[in-house]
Design a protein around this ligand. Structure first.
Ligand SMILES: Cc1cc2nc3c(=O)[nH]c(=O)nc-3n(C[C@H](O)[C@H](O)[C@H](O)COP(=O)(O)OP(=O)(O)OC[C@H]3O[C@@H](n4cnc5c(N)ncnc54)[C@H](O)[C@@H]3O)c2cc1C
Length: 377
């Protein structure tokens, strides 16, 4: 069985390692072959970007060589896919190579698209790439006081990022001794402060306790950089001195170009994770169209279910389990306190009051991630 995995981020890496362990005998005998095609020889720990924006992690701490994260027996090829020829069970790469497969898994992730909102990219700071997170750090350092507006586009990866960045801004300015000179104003597109109802119920009083004002039903329409105002579809305006944005995301362009899914999101069966209408094409991580959090933990739990199922397809002739929608997200609630949200298709999250212990566990996880990416945690 030729297994081809597209994307060497969180989902692709955990899936490849999971399969390599389950199929070690088959890899040795030649009955199975696992190939990963990816776009970069480096693997980025994306949650670290949040800390980079505050100067609490350095850029080089975010990366490891992809090759060092993979189990022996996996063939790694750094050459992005340009064409998906699903009817022929083949893909073509930018480098002009063709790879055929019996089973394909797509985990190409997602990307911020600030260009959808006029004026947003030029007039806001953000932290979704290394370059923008470093710029945000410099802008924060230069900021001496005024109104900071947090503006959120949907969907975006890391469901907790809007809350976390707001709590971290509060702490950052407090640590600098200028919190009293800064007004923090949080905006959110729907009628509460977070998409997950219980998380919103927990976060709103936390904002009030910390003197953070908030405004809901605020869907960004445009940013006027001269007037320093962000305008909403609802007709309201939020004036700012510093605009911190979480831009809406889309799947990768290659997905749209190949007509695999509108917006770069691939229609995916929510239990079996196969691409709708295809039995041998699976999708995991941010690039599915399943309406759950675009998070590393989602990719992780999906990869575990898929690893078991793809191995079972080889050994038993059929998949054996469903993905249950499990997601686990830490929520940084201030520099030394954090909580978490754990949920699945049937059970909503129920965040507990933040504690220092959970914060330190998250800090430890920032290091343990590399073990997690190898599928060992
Ligand atoms: C600031 C920030 C904070 C976050 N915090 C958290 C957190 O606290 N908890 C959490 O669970 N998640 C968090 N996330 C989200 C998490 O990082 C992503 O949801 C996760 O990485 C998605 O995994 P993925 O495998 O779908 O995509 P990615 O990990 O993004 O991997 C995509 C891979 O596809 C490759 N690729 C792209 N195009 C092609 C192509 N054409 N051909 C081949 N390969 C290609 C890329 O090189 C990359 O290796 C955060 C993200 C950010 C940006």
């Amino acid at each position: 069985m030729k297994i081809l995995i597209i994307g060497g981020g969180m989902g692709g890496t955990i899936l490849a390692n999971n399969l390599a362990r389950r199929l070690s005998a088959e890899l040795k005998s030649g009955k199975a072959k696992i190939t990963m095609l990816t776009a970069s020889e480096k693997h980025m720990y994306q949650p670290g970007l949040l800390y980079l924006a505050f100067g609490r992690m350095a850029p080089d701490e975010l990366y490891k060589d992809q090759a060092t994260l993979l189990e022996p027996g996996i063939t790694l090829v750094v050459d992005p896919v340009e064409e998906f020829l699903l009817d022929e069970n083949r893909v073509k790469t930018k480098g002009g190579k063709t790879f055929d497969y019996d089973v394909l898994a797509i985990a190409t992730g997602s990307r911020p698209v600030p260009e959808l909102i006029p004026g947003l990219a030029e007039n806001s700071v953000t932290f979704y790439t290394e370059e923008t997170a470093v710029k945000m750090f410099r802008a924060l350092q230069a900021f001496q006081g005024g109104r900071v507006v947090i503006a959120v586009g949907v969907p975006h990866k890391c469901p907790m990022a809007p809350l976390e960045i707001t709590f971290m801004l509060h702490d950052y300015f407090k640590d600098r001794g200028i919190r009293d000179k800064v007004q923090l104003h949080y905006t959110y597109p729907i009628g509460r402060v977070h998409s997950l109802e219980n998380v919103a119920k927990w976060a709103a009083p936390e904002f009030e306790r910390l003197g953070i004002t908030y405004e809901t039903l605020f869907n960004m329409k445009e940013v006027d950089g001269n007037a320093k105002v962000v305008k909403s579809e609802e007709g309201t305006e939020a004036p700012y001195d510093l605009l911190v944005s979480i831009p809406a995301h889309r799947g990768m362009e290659v997905i749209e170009k190949n007509k695999l899914g509108a917006g770069g999101w691939i229609p995916t069966n929510r239990q079996q994770l196969n691409m709708e209408g295809r039995k041998n094409v699976f999708v995991l991580g941010d690039t599915t169209n399943i309406p759950i959090s675009k998070a590393g933990s989602t990719a992780h739990f999906e990869a575990e279910a898929l690893g078991e199922n793809i191995a079972a397809m080889l050994k038993l002739g059929s998949p054996v389990r469903d993905y249950d929608g499990k997601v686990f997200c830490f929520i940084e609630a201030g520099k030394d306190r954090a909580t978490y949200a754990m949920f699945d298709y049937l059970n909503p999250p129920d965040p507990k009051p933040p504690t220092k212990a959970v914060h330190w566990f998250k800090m430890a996880y920032n290091k343990l991630y590399w073990i997690s990416a190898r599928g060992l945690l």
